[in-house]
Ligand binder design. Structure first.
Ligand code: COA
Length: 259
């Protein structure tokens, strides 16, 4: 759908790029000409992902990194620039979550998810800033959130709060860093059928049809739907878009509000 040179000459760093939506975005970027660094906590998963990415053509690099650790994030950013010469696109896709009633959630459980999702995103943005500012294409930050961070997410107060915080952080940075030529956006995926999370939480729990019917389109999305949105926002196609939350949820949020 996009031409092969849509992201030619750009370098992207994708956190959580070893699996799921992060890997799908990294794959689309590599296919469209970008050099890609994927980071994550699991080295084996990163290696397997890199082998698949290499088949897409673009140069690929991996690095073990826990986004809860600012120094590791900064080193990953520096390694990206050291290897590819620039950093133009940051995708914050690393996330952690589990379902737990808030009354039973331990302070450490709360802190763990806030650390991965919200603090990890801040660390990425902060470490990448000088390089994104120097990008000849104009820097682009894309963070993966969910509209459950806006509506509230019973059973996942930590993740809801983190995702809501990322939305606010992104809008803030869009204004603060707009003058530096950096665009800052979020994507809110709906239920994506070919992800581990939806498989585990809905399909294997026998709630697949019920959850699909909660969307206006009556079906789950696919990872490539999110990757296409991430290409649009990272490329010149989205050149005047900043501070936006692109909702790619098959109308789930709207149906929730309308009903
Ligand atoms: N229910 C309640 N509390 C939980 C929990 C659950 N299912 N999973 C973790 N916690 C709590 C732990 O009990 C611990 O708190 P404590 O010290 O008070 O007992 C705290 O969270 C940290 O847990 P730990 O397992 O040490 O953290 P971790 O860094 O190894 O992993 C996650 C944290 C979020 C990544 C992990 O829960 C996980 O693997 N989740 C599933 C995978 C995932 O999140 N994928 C992304 C989907 S968006």
């Amino acid at each position: 759908m996009f031409t092969n040179d849509t992201l030619k000459g750009r370098t992207a760093l994708v956190t959580g790029g070893g699996s799921g939506i992060g890997l799908e975005i990294a794959t689309a970027y590599a296919r469209l000409g970008a050099s890609v660094m994927i980071v994550g906590r699991n080295e084996e998963r990163l290696q397997a992902a890199a082998e698949g990415l290499a088949r897409e053509g673009g140069p690929v690099q991996t690095r073990k990194c826990d986004v809860r650790n600012y120094d590791e994030v900064k080193q990953a950013v520096e390694a990206t620039v050291g290897r590819f010469g620039s950093l133009d696109i940051l995708v914050n896709s690393a996330a952690g979550n589990f379902v737990c009633p808030t009354s039973e959630l331990s302070p450490n459980g709360w802190r763990t998810v806030i650390d991965i999702d919200l603090n990890g995103t801040f660390y990425g943005c902060h470490a990448a800033y000088p390089h994104l500012k120097a990008s000849t294409h104009g820097g682009s930050i894309i963070s993966i959130i969910t509209m459950l961070g806006v509506t509230g997410w019973p059973g996942a107060a930590h993740a809801a709060s983190a995702k809501g915080g990322i939305l606010s952080l992104s809008r803030t940075l869009a204004v603060e860093w707009g003058g530096d030529g950096i665009r800052v956006n979020t994507i809110s995926p709906g239920p994506i059928g070919d992800t581990e999370g939806v498989r585990r939480m809905y399909i294997e729990a026998g709630k697949g049809d019920l959850e699909a019917q909660k969307t206006a389109l009556g079906r789950f999305g696919r990872k490539e739907d999110i990757a296409n949105a991430a290409v649009y926002l990272a490329s010149d196609l989205g050149n005047y878009v900043t501070g936006e939350n692109l909702i790619v949820d098959g109308g789930r949020w709207l149906k929730y509000v309308a009903n």
